[in-house]
Design a protein around this ligand. Structure first.
Ligand code: ACM
Length: 758
């Protein structure tokens, strides 16, 4: 009896809604929707028509429901789904809507088509509460009043470093709208590519839209000799803007200046300071090619802005301003003279003057400039919106100076940072910025008063694309962290609850699966930790990042399923056998949260490490980089400090080990280190090709092995080098480094194996 009461009293399963609505009140009973349930639209306005048709079409993709829309008819039809545009609707906030489910039917009411669109998104989620494609869905009775916490719910897409097709961008816009995100900040120009066609300056795209294929780009273009190219024509931009508008997304274009301008200067060298024509950039980092801050350049910028304003209806136009290294300006007598002529105290003030000229031109046309937070280093009009990426202090300063701000904090909202420490995670920047890191982000910095908070327009995540050569990689980086962002941006802070969010994720993942979104399962994926067991065997602990779901495993080579053994305590295996351990993670209802991962468990596994399992000797500029080869198929990924080719293995057991096998790869150097050049560690080579050296206890400790790199220079693929080592007993730290200068070819460790004497 007590047990049954317990079941009866158990909290109802959370409604699988992301982002969570502002207010939900649940009632007794419900309403069942089938494909025979009519959808009635009470509005003649085309945007409302689109909202409702989009609701029906999306539902058809992720469920078995095939609904039909009719317009007009009775306002309070029973047994129907009714969408109603009503200027007096109860939720007055911008983008808001109310949604009622009662035994009599479902009612979605909003004052604007945007509200109807978002109501449709919520209803779509209510009708797909799990991964089941049932032909009849019982929706619990409830009343939702919903509106966004922030009016700027953004995502920045970098199409300059790697180009995405129009179809891919439209796809992304559609998916953003299903999370109620409403700003796509489109980073269209940078050192490595100018992607916007400007008819008055045809060389911008004729020259500036192509760069030499570097690193894994060669795999993308098909050959190392084929450049990486791409730009968007007027017609394509107009189509994207229209597509976005239908989904209530504003496209905020960014033309980055005066830095990140190398591609523009490659097209028109007179835009630069030196008069020289650089190649379109191929090096990631801070390049020093700056626009010349003179009247001719400003005329060019005005022309470009006129084209931008003709193409993009957005009130906000982003004019960059970040990372404008002043080396060239400082070195130029003309620029220094210009600074003095204007009575400015330094080059930051000159950048402020330049930004002000552009912001004023935009303002004359009724537009508002947005700049990265470096624009605060100079004096710019208070009307300029500041995009805060350096953290809360800058945001506070901007607010105090009267600017509106958008919070886009690095590193938490920089989704080029990878989301787990798993070895199968795609390349990216450390440290890990996890799903929970994004979820826990608070767009309102501490110390901001209620009045000051009004200046925070909203929040956005930035997807820089240096390490995102394909749309699959973009999807992996965005999903699911973009869902956490959506909840931060839309749902009131009072509703935020991390564990509750996780409970709502399986249904969302099921929807994404139906939509064909290549989301990352990193937050749920099983990780294996091997250690020596007390009885001489091998212990394996299984964990996942979120500690959510049940990890299930097999040891017979079969793929784990929802009926496989559930992991509880660490597993023990004999050391003299070879076991294939496979594990995957499942939700309570059997939905696979993370695909199967495989670990071979044998004595050799305890004596093997990949680069993700090693520490780098320093933390100067660590990256996880993809090999440039093979051109087809999976390319290895290495964790490497690009300024110091050196790794540490903390305490490997060396008893009986007499040989070391080191698998290495060589990566092309394509980085701009700017002020970091002096920090590069270059070690003297003993042979022309250099060598890897392995030292015991520290990098200056006894030399255990020298592995010449010459054999590895004969191929672009990975090479395994081996060397005998003297007998050593006990556990000792190993330091492994490559000699030579990383800028002449970056060596990276794929794997190190310690081999015992037979
Ligand atoms: C930036 O990350 N350079 C805005």
């Amino acid at each position: 009896m007590a047990a049954r009461d317990g079941v009866a009293r158990r909290a109802a399963k959370p409604l699988a809604l992301i982002p969570l609505p502002a207010r939900v009140v649940r009632h007794q009973g419900g309403f069942t929707v089938t494909s025979a349930t009519p959808v009635i639209l009470h509005s003649g306005d085309p945007a409302s028509g689109f909202a409702v048709r989009h609701f029906v079409a999306t539902l058809a993709r992720i469920s078995a429901l095939r609904l039909r829309v009719t317009t007009g008819g009775e306002v309070s039809a029973r047994g129907a789904i009714v969408f109603r545009l009503d200027p007096g609707a109860e939720v007055a906030q911008r983008g808001g809507y109310a949604l009622d489910v009662s035994p009599g039917g479902i009612d979605v009411v909003a004052r604007t088509p945007a509200g109807l669109y978002y109501g449709g998104v919520t209803l779509g989620q209510l009708l797909t509460p799990d991964g089941e494609r049932t032909a009849s869905v019982a929706v619990p009775a409830l009343h939702i009043q919903d509106w966004p916490a922030f009016q700027w719910r953004g995502l920045m897409l970098d199409s300059a470093r790697h180009y995405q097709s129009v179809a891919d961008i439209e796809q992304l816009l559609d998916w953003m709208s299903l999370l109620k995100l409403n700003v796509l900040h489109w980073h269209l120009t940078d050192d490595q590519g100018w992607r916007l066609q400007v008819p008055k300056y045809p060389l911008l795209t004729k020259i500036g839209a192509c760069r030499k294929a570097v690193g894994p780009d060669a795999a993308l273009t098909g050959s190392p000799g084929k450049p990486h190219c791409g730009f968007y024509t007027d017609a394509e931009v107009r189509a994207i803007v229209r597509y976005a508008a239908e989904r209530h997304i504003i496209i905020v274009p960014e033309i980055d200046m005066p830095g990140h301008a190398q591609a523009a200067i490659a097209a028109y060298p007179w835009l630069g300071v030196t008069g020289k024509r650089p190649a379109v950039g191929t090096d990631w980092g801070v390049n020093t090619w700056l626009l010349r801050p003179d009247a001719r350049t400003l005329k060019f910028v005005d022309d470009v802005m006129d084209e931008v304003m003709a193409l993009f209806p957005s009130r906000y136009i982003h004019i960059g301003g970040d990372e404008a290294a002043k080396d060239q300006w400082n070195a130029s007598p003309e620029v220094r003279a210009q600074m003095r002529r204007l009575g400015l105290k330094d080059m930051d003030a000159l950048q402020g003057w330049f930004t002000t000229q552009v912001a004023d031109h935009l303002a004359q046309h009724g537009r508002t400039a947005v700049g990265w937070d470096e624009v605060l280093h100079g004096k710019v009009p208070a009307s300029t919106v500041v995009m805060s990426w350096h953290g809360p202090a800058g945001a506070l300063q901007a607010i105090e100076q009267g600017h509106d701000v958008v919070m886009a904090s690095s590193p938490t909202l920089y989704l080029d940072h990878y989301q787990s420490g798993l070895h199968d995670e795609p390349p990216g920047r450390p440290d890990v910025e996890s799903l929970q890191d994004v979820y826990d982000y608070d767009p309102v910095p501490k110390g901001v008063t209620v009045a000051q908070a009004q200046r925070i327009l909203g929040v956005q995540a930035n997807l820089w694309a240096e390490y995102m050569p394909t749309f699959a990689r973009v999807q992996h980086a965005l999903f699911p962290r973009i869902a956490a962002l959506a909840e931060v941006a839309w749902s009131p802070a009072s509703t935020h609850d991390w564990r509750d969010f996780l409970e709502r994720m399986p249904a969302e993942l099921a929807r994404w699966r139906a939509l064909g979104i290549a989301y990352a399962d990193s937050a749920f994926a099983p990780a294996f930790a091997l250690s020596k067991g007390a009885d001489g065997g091998i212990d394996v602990a299984l964990t996942n990042q979120t500690n959510f779901g049940t990890i299930r495993y097999t040891t017979d080579g079969a793929m784990p399923n929802a009926a496989s053994k559930a992991y509880g305590e660490p597993l023990s295996f004999p050391a003299d056998k070879f076991t294939t351990l496979r594990a995957a993670t499942f939700a309570d209802d059997g939905f696979e949260l993370a695909a199967s991962r495989t670990q071979v468990v044998d004595a050799a596994a305890l004596l093997t490490r990949n680069s993700d399992q090693l520490d780098t000797c320093s933390n100067q500029l660590v990256l996880r980089l993809e090999d440039d080869r093979p051109l087809q198929g999976t390319r290895p990924v290495y964790k490497v400090d690009i300024e110091n080719m050196c790794w540490l293995w903390k305490d490997p057991p060396l008893d009986g080990v007499r040989r070391i096998a080191l698998t290495v790869g060589n990566l092309p150097w394509n980085f701009a280190l700017w002020t970091d050049e002096a920090k590069v560690v270059a070690r003297a080579k003993a042979t022309p090709a250099g060598e890897c050296r392995i030292h015991e206890d520290s990098c200056n400790g006894p030399l255990l092995a020298t592995l010449p790199l010459a054999p590895a220079t004969k191929t672009k693929l990975q090479t395994t080098l081996t060397a005998d080592i003297p007998a050593v007993s006990g556990h000792h730290k190993l330091c492994i480094f490559a000699t030579g200068d990383p800028r002449a070819g970056l060596w990276a460790i794929g794997k190190i194996e310690l081999i015992k004497a037979p």
